[in-house]
Ligand binder design. Structure first.
Ligand SMILES: [Zn+2]
Length: 324
């Protein structure tokens, strides 16, 4: 840890990260959320070192569990793991299911941990499961992963169809339940349908700019413009394959940021690291503790204090206030 004492001790803007895959990595890697580990990329001590005040944890169900018909059980297992392990950090981290709980945790000098569903397989064909997950604290719902499911079509399975009737009913119910609707991973047809259907801002929890890296998971300029026009936010992600071809680093992430800000300004972009969702990280973005001096890089690039605060967390907090 060297000379660093963590960002929480000094007057720096709170960081909000809308996506990590840590819940699914804890048991296979035999580590706990509340212990600094040299395995994986994110745990609560490393978030504290990095200055992260609000962290979203994805509930992602792998294909093996889906094939066995155990998607809902797997989701419940991960939600239980989240609540049990958070409690071990002595109250510093609070589970937060809505904006008021997030705001209260920060105001009291603590930090907030939130749940997001990544892919709707756990819902089966029953909106009642969505309502139960909302009661368990799940604040955001992503309809698909990369492939087709009962809600819609992921970005790697073509553009022949958008949302299914059940997918449309999930969007409507999520809005009614004050959940964020996350269109990361959805194909373009689904993206535009959700944008049309949602009265509230839509989010893209983790994706980069297609203009900088032509990957199907990244957003085209016209998608970024439309998302921003509706008050939505996209979380720039550290997944090396979504950053560039080779030699990716923090500098490349900042090029994606510059592109998005050049296109729509600084109010529609935040962070969605996807830590623990990929192998080796890009240089300068190795783990959650590395975020400790990201604000200094933004200031050096010419962003002013207000823009830095918005990009690192303020934009996500604004969307949460308007949605959940
Ligand atoms: Zn993902």
């Amino acid at each position: 840890m060297g000379e660093r004492t963590g960002r929480g001790n000094v007057n720096r803007p709170p960081i909000v990260d809308l996506h990590c895959d840590t819940l699914g990595a804890l048991e296979p890697e035999e580590r706990n959320l509340d212990e600094w580990s040299n395995r994986g990329q994110l745990d609560l001590p490393r978030l504290e070192e990095g200055g992260v005040s609000v962290q979203f944890f994805a509930v992602f169900v792998p294909r093996t569990h889906i094939a066995q018909g155990k998607a809902t059980l797997r989701a419940l297992h991960l939600i239980d793991l989240f609540h049990r392990q958070l409690a071990q950090r002595g109250g510093l981290w609070r589970p937060a299911g809505d904006f008021q709980e997030v705001e209260a945790a920060i105001r009291d000098g603590g930090r907030a941990a939130c749940l997001s569903l990544e892919g709707g397989e756990a819902l089966g064909e029953d909106l009642g499961v969505l309502r139960i997950l909302r009661r368990l604290g799940v604040a955001s719902v992503g309809l698909t992963w990369n492939h087709r499911n009962g809600l819609g079509c992921g970005c790697l399975d073509g553009e022949q169809e958008g949302l299914t009737p059940f997918g449309r009913s999930v969007v409507a119910e999520a809005v009614r339940l004050r959940m964020m609707v996350d269109v990361a991973h959805l194909n373009q047809a689904g993206f535009w349908e959700v944008l049309d259907a949602c009265p509230a801002p839509v989010i893209v929890s983790h994706a980069n700019a297609h203009r900088r890296m032509a990957h199907p998971r990244n957003l085209r300029d016209e998608q970024i413009v439309a998302l921003a026009a509706k008050g939505g936010v996209m979380g720039l992600t550290f997944v090396p394959a979504f950053l560039g071809e080779h030699g990716v680093s923090r500098r490349v992430l900042l090029e994606h940021l510059d592109h998005v800000v050049g296109l729509v300004g600084s109010a529609a972009v935040g962070l969605g690291s996807d830590f623990d969702g990929f192998g080796a990280g890009a240089a300068g973005l190795e783990d959650a503790a590395a975020l400790v001096d990201l604000d200094e890089d933004l200031l050096r690039l010419g962003y002013n204090d207000d823009q830095v605060a918005a990009i690192l967390g303020g934009n996500w907090l604004r969307v949460m206030r308007e949605t959940i």
